[in-house]
Write a protein that binds this ligand. Structure first.
Ligand SMILES: [Zn+2]
Ligand SMILES: [Zn+2]
Length: 1018
């Protein structure tokens, strides 16, 4: 049906297409017609007719065609409808057929379902029955199983029982078998015994028992007999030995007696010899050996240090024969010295006496003929060396002493004659221990390496030093850093044990806050006096290697000090250093030169000119307007001041009156003195006038100074042998010092100049071979001169020949030197050393570091500390200007204040400061009690009546004592006086000098007149 339907549809569409086609065609025709019409209309009227005919023909044709097609269409449509009707009918039929079929299918399905259900139920029933059956069978089987297992168990236990029974039976059987065997054995034994017994019974003897006991007794007896024999034999042996020993003993005793007798004889002989020796010593020219047996320092001899410091031996190799130039040349190394020493030692020691049993015999050997003497020559040692004779250090920079060319002997020049001359030195003498001659305090007590704070302070650490306790002094030598551990000969510090303030003490951790904790027990402190006034001491910390070492050092220093004290070996105090004026005065810092004018006045030369300090009145006077004062000389008799000043170092003369601050009426410049280095004054026999000597290089100009115009007169001009380094007038002659020499020059051409270093004296040759700066010269009483050079001091006679073999030795390099008729004062980096020029003794050491003299005689010095201080050396022995030293304090608040006079200043505490102080005083009662001094002048209270006094007291504010002089501090108040007494005992209290006038009294000289007011009056 569908296929038909499609056919029909396709036919219909074909027809539709045809129709469409015809329609298109007709349209085409119409268009053509139209076009033709148009053509006909356009061409000609004639043609239109034809065209109309044609057109009508065409039209009819077209109508025919249209009719045909319409008919055709109708026909076709009719057929089509018919066909469609047919097809629809067919479709209907087929549908009904389909329905019928579906019904059939439904029926069949039902049938199938029914049968399915039936089968299923059947199956289920069958399975249920089967299951039941299975279950039943299973339970039955389980029951059977149970039954069987129980039965099995029962059977097993039965089997066990049976086996146990079986075993028991077996055991029983074995037992029975064993019993059976033993019974058999027993039977056998019994049979045997019976047999044996039967035999015994047969052989029975009645004596058997007795025989047996007799036998036993005999054997015991024999044993005892043999033991006794052995004992007897041993005893006999012992007796034999004893007898021998007794014999030997007797022989020994006799021998002992003999030897004792011999010994006694020998002792007697020894005594005799010793006496002889002593006699010999006494007769010998001053040959004295200090008695070291008595030294309490004997126990130090065991000190291990004695061995490891071999300066004595190390220095011997540096020979004098090498020439004086090499003496001080630094190239002489210690290493080579030691090497030589090593080579030399084995040469000598085997030659020594092979056996030296006692010192007595050793000393006898001294008397043996052919003693070789030392070959001694003066030598320069490069490190601290001990004298082989007296054990003291050979202090000095060069030429410290004699050394033997052959052996290791070295000694002081002064010890040379008393030292034993045998070369080489006997070994027991060579190893002479350290020790001190208690009577004179000479010798080395102890030495060793220690550590001291670095020069920049203990904060920076420690540096090694070599310390020697010798000749009542503690010497310290810097040990240079690096491998060469040999200290140099320049002492870095010397402390005198004879110093009254000298003390040794341990330190606490609080004293050395920069030291490490473990170092503290190894540190000790040595203190020595520094300034007399205000009393100050310097202390030095010394770090030892260990605590034991420290104990030794402290013990030795203290022991030595007590010995010195016991023997009254006191320090000779030549200079008493005192602070001359308040260090806060700025002038002091800049001072270049100074002079003592009189008791109360000091002249100070500075960069800005000459100033005078009136020390007791705190007045500063500008005395002369000049630049840079290098030297001040005073001619009080002529009332003239002589200065070297200015850029060109000219000599200027100023009137004395300018010291008081008045305007000077003259200022004379000696033109020819340009560039002068030194001036000195002195008097000559001829005229009473003061003479002035001006050294300009080698030239010395001589002037007479006069009171009146023109104040000076040149009278001579002398040529010195060298650039003048020092000069002074000695008995109408001018003594000048120059490089390596001194000369006495005639001043006015009378007499002859004398070279104090005689070129004909071979012992002074060394001076010309090397350049030594001239420091100063001293004229001694007996026409003897001491010439001090930069490295040593030499004694010569009036002809310039050496008068003493011994030379004056400096412990450290001098930087300056001052002298008077009895003492030479040498300034070095660590302080000041004073030497007695007559006895050559080194009498005093002052530990003032970096101190320089400001005048020729060294009475005024500048201590270059912070702040710089002006130090006055009060000399007990020297005559000359004495200064009255005021009390000074470190914390004064004084300031330079101008007065009405432009040349005068007052150095005092300014008013505001004073008020401030007073205010503080009011606030702090403690300070108040300190600041109020004891009243010493009671004149003003003498006339006071009882009533008056009370009234005044009531008006008086006790805490503040005003400046006005009519105020009366009352001493009667018990409270106040008690405070004052307390104050007296407190030495540390500093007196503020400014308030002196206010309170009326600690220092009358100052308080009686107020300088301030005086100036106001002016
Ligand atoms: Zn010798
Ligand atoms: Zn000596």
């Amino acid at each position: 049906l569908e296929a038909k339907l499609e056919e029909v549809a396709a036919e219909a569409s074909k027809e539709r297409k045809l129709r469409e086609h015809s329609e298109v065609f007709s349209k085409q025709l119409e268009n053509e017609l139209e076009a033709l019409k148009m053509k006909q209309g356009g061409r000609a009227a004639g043609a239109t007719l034809e065209h109309q005919q044609e057109l009508s023909k065409m039209k009819s044709e077209l109508e025919k065609k249209i009719l045909f097609y319409e008919e055709e269409l109708v026909r076709r449509e009719a057929s089509h409808v018919l066909e469609v009707k047919n097809v629809k009918k067919e479709v209907h039929d087929s549908e009904s057929h389909q329905l019928a079929l579906q019904k059939e299918i439904m029926i069949l399905k039902d049938k199938l379902e029914k049968t399915k259900r039936e089968r299923h139920s059947e199956m289920e029933e069958a399975v249920g029955t089967m299951k039941e059956k299975y279950e039943r069978e299973r339970s039955m089987l389980l029951e059977d199983n149970k039954k069987l297992t129980t039965e099995n168990e029962r059977l097993c236990s039965f089997v066990d029982k049976l086996t146990a029974q079986n075993r028991q039976l077996e055991d029983e059987l074995q037992d029975l078998a064993a019993k059976k065997e033993s019974v058999a054995h027993w039977e056998a034994q019994i049979a045997e015994i019976i047999q044996w017994y039967a035999l015994n019974l047969l052989q029975q003897d009645p004596l058997w028992k007795v025989r047996r006991s007799q036998k036993l007794d005999m054997s015991a007896r024999l044993e005892l007999q043999s033991a006794l024999d052995a004992e007897i034999r041993a005893k006999q042996l012992v007796q034999e030995e004893l007898r021998k020993v007794k014999d030997a003993n007797i022989s020994f005793e006799s021998k002992l007696k003999e030897s004792e007798a011999k010994n006694r004889e020998l002792l007697e002989e020894m005594e005799g010899l010793r006496k002889k020796m002593e006699e010999k010593y006494r007769t010998d020219s001053g040959l004295k050996l200090p008695d070291f047996q008595d030294s309490i320092f004997e126990y130090f001899n065991t000190s291990p240090l004695a061995r490891d410091l071999t300066f004595r031996t190390s220095s011997i190799s540096e020979q004098e024969t090498q020439g004086p130039k090499s003496e001080v040349s630094p190239s002489t190394s210690v290493v080579t010295a030691e090497q030589q020493q090593e080579v030399r030692e084995p040469l000598f020691y085997p030659k020594e006496m092979p056996a030296a049993p006692s010192p007595t015999i050793q000393s006898i050997s001294l008397a043996v003929p052919k003693p070789k003497a030392h070959q001694l020559n003066i030598k320069s040692f490069t490190s601290p060396t001990q004298c082989s004779h007296c054990t003291s250090l050979m202090v000095g920079l060069v030429r410290q002493g004699y050394a033997c060319d052959v052996c290791s002997f070295a000694c002081h020049v002064s010890c040379k004659d008393s030292a034993p001359q045998v070369c080489p030195i006997p070994p027991e003498q060579a190893k002479r221990p350290l020790g001190v001659d208690v009577q004179r305090g000479i010798g080395t007590a102890y030495k060793g390496y220690v550590k001291v704070p670095k020069p920049t302070g203990v904060k920076k650490g420690w540096q090694r030093a070599y310390a020697v306790v010798c000749d009542c002094k503690l010497f310290l030598y810097d040990v240079p850093e690096g491998k060469s551990t040999q200290p140099g000969v320049v002492a870095s510090q010397v402390l005198d044990l004879r110093d009254e303030d000298f003390c040794v003490s341990s330190v606490l951790a609080s004293d050395v806050i920069h030291a490490t904790r473990k170092d503290i027990p190894c540190i000790f402190r040595v203190t020595a006096s520094l300034l007399g006034l205000p009393s100050k001491s310097c202390s030095l910390l010394i770090l030892t290697e260990n605590e034991n070492e420290k104990r030794k050092w402290v013990g030795i220093l203290e022991g030595l000090q007590s010995i010195l004290h016991k023997n009254r070996l006191k320090n000779q105090v030549v200079h008493i250093p005192q602070e001359a004026y308040d260090s806060t005065l700025p002038l002091i810092k800049a001072s270049l030169a100074a002079a003592i004018v009189d008791r109360d006045r000091i002249a100070i030369g500075s960069e800005e000119g000459l100033y005078v300090i009136e020390v007791t009145r705190d007045v500063i006077v500008r005395a002369a307007d000049c630049k840079k004062v290098y030297q001040i000389e005073l001619a009080p008799k002529e009332k003239i001041i002589i200065l070297i000043c200015g850029r060109n170092h000219h000599v200027h003369l100023y009137p004395w009156a300018s010291l008081d601050g008045s305007e000077g009426n003259f200022d004379i410049k000696l033109a020819e003195t340009k560039g002068c280095q030194l001036i000195t004054t002195g008097t000559l026999k001829k005229s009473s006038a003061t003479c002035l000597f001006v050294a300009v290089k080698r030239q010395v100009f001589c002037y007479e100074i006069h009171r009146t115009k023109p104040f000076h007169k040149k009278f001579s001009e002398i040529q010195a042998p060298g650039t003048v380094q020092w000069m002074a007038v000695f008995k109408d002659k001018l003594c000048v010092g120059y490089q390596s020499g001194f000369s006495l020059l005639t001043i006015q051409g009378d007499g002859q100049s004398i070279n104090l270093v005689n070129p004909n004296d071979p012992s002074l040759m060394f001076l010309s071979q090397q350049s030594f700066d001239a420091l100063c010269a001293v004229e001694l009483n007996n026409e003897e001169y001491l010439l001090c050079f930069s490295h040593m001091g030499v004694y010569v006679d009036s002809q310039g020949r050496r008068s003493r073999m011994q030379e004056l030795m400096w412990p450290a390099t001098p930087v300056a030197c001052s002298c008077n008729s009895s003492y030479v004062t040498v300034y070095s980096e660590y302080g000041v050393d004073v030497f007695d020029v007559n006895t050559m003794e080194w009498v005093q050491t002052i530990g003032l570091r970096r101190i320089r003299p400001l005048n020729m005689d060294g009475t005024l010095n500048l201590l270059n500390c912070e702040p710089p201080r002006l130090i006055y050396f009060k000399n007990k022995f020297a005559a000359g200007a004495v200064l009255s030293v005021p009390e000074t304090s470190d914390n004064s608040k004084k300031q330079m204040l101008r007065t009405r006079s432009k040349r005068r200043f007052v150095f005092k505490v300014p008013e505001e400061e004073r008020l401030q102080q007073r205010r503080e005083m009011l606030r702090d009662p403690e300070l108040r009690s300190k600041m109020i001094s004891n009243p010493t002048n009671f004149n003003h209270v003498a006339h006071m009546g009882p009533g008056d006094g009370m009234q005044v007291l009531m008006d008086l504010p006790l805490s503040v004592l005003p400046a006005a002089q009519d105020e009366k501090p009352c001493p009667s108040t018990a409270n106040l006086s008690r405070q004052q007494q307390q104050q007296r005992s407190k030495t540390y209290i500093s007196w503020p000098s400014s308030s002196g006038s206010d309170v009326g009294g600690a220092m009358p000289s100052r308080s009686m007149s107020d300088p301030d007011q005086e100036f106001d009056k002016e």
